[in-house]
Write a protein that binds this ligand. Sequence first.
Ligand code: ADP
Ligand code: MG
Length: 495
Amino acid sequence: MACPPRTRRPRPGQASTVSPATENRPVDAPEPIEPTRATNPAVAPVSDRRPGADSTGVPVPVPSTSAPGNNPPSTGGILDSIFSSKSELFRGSREVLRDSYVPSRLPHREQQIRQVAEILGPALRGDLPSNLLIYGKIGTGKTAVVAQVRQDIQRRTDFSAHISFVTVNCGNIDTPYSLLQTIGNTFAKNEAERIPTGWSLDRVQAGMRRLMDTKGGILLLVLDEVDRLVARSGDNVLYTLSQINTELDEARLAIIGVSNDLKFTNHLDARVRSRLNEEKILFPPYDATQLQDILRDRAHEAFRDGVVDPGVVERCAAYAALENGDARRALALLRLSAEMAERDHAKRITPDHVVKAKNRLEQDIIIDCCRTLPPHCKVLLYAILQSFERRRNGVLTGEVYDSYRRLAERLGLQPLHARSISNYVSELESLGLIRATIVSRGRGGRTREIIVDVPISETMPALEEDPLIAPVGRPKSRGQMLLTNFDNPARTGPF
Ligand code: ADP
Ligand code: MG
């Protein structure tokens, strides 16, 4: 089965639509559905989550609360019973093992935390920090370190009044236009101040600058996964942002770019590179011993005492060390191992559960990868899956574009231009979700034929769970569940 590669290569971006000198609409005009601050997945509120008091338990046989002969318990009653049952393995919330959780300690990243803090430190004295580029392979703790330093700065409330942190996950952003709109709107104090969809790009830029100036002070803009945006749309938007201080009166902006691609700067225009690169920090991959330390910390927080057998942490760490030292993968393995143990109704997690978890993980990675695609890319993938499901055969890019356009219109989105969609086809291919081969069409020239490389039966429901796709999704069959077949190895290959 295809599996998303661990790093993503930027491709030369298309001509960017961001040009301070033009009054034109962007090529990829904004869609009428405007992301709101509450629902936009790209804007990550800093997570200070700690294990909650709620414990989500394992599904267990439902004790009958009714007298014999009475009606069975209502659905609400069944769910109450399931959710309030205590897990034998987990101490509290299993969120502790999820990516969104920012642990209080980040072992083996002390040096990087200090470096980031030193570079951003001047902000606490009211001075503008240098722009910073953080780069390293996926799962090396970049996002976590930045989130921790952010929390630390925000905790110093005496100083933080004049510092605003904005974190945008560029992986979820379709166009430079929506990036600028998203950034601007994080400073809007009410609905009336927000930049609406439909403005020209120049007006959005001016609106963003106005909102920044109204906020004033030092603005620290974290562009996480910035390499993905540049791969899609080129680096003009970074140029715009990196020279914005010349046009601001009351605010000053420092950019913290975070890239999973080690060669990211090679793809930047020299001016953008020198501005963004004022300071840079490399995050090296973790080795197996370091991953063990990270996992032990988390296991201690997540699980009840004595439920993790010897060898479990070591095995998770060893597998993840082979995968470029990716802490995310190590944690996912540990979480899935616990879920495997729960499904076996086991009282302890054993190394055998880790082996089962490893087999399951590839599928989960694909599903997660689909969930984090930007909106138009999700619509495109869904269109491809639909066509492929109907035909069970390769689909040509022209047909795919037509299906995408129809779906986007049904969803009330303004379709992106064919060139952007062609870039997204390449992105889906580099993520291992589809394969595209060039086919000759005689005098008609050459086109690409697309084949789906993921299990449709699981990927489509995953996309349909997304509120964006749900309105055009297939009706759910009764009792349909996502990933119900992980125990059946025969189903782990494509289709
Ligand atoms: P990146 O941004 O480099 O892809 P993340 O910061 O998202 O990686 O880290 C992936 C996962 O691993 C997150 O759940 C994060 O909390 C965890 N993690 C990474 N490094 C550490 C560390 N040194 N200690 C504890 N957890 C870590
Ligand atoms: Mg990250």
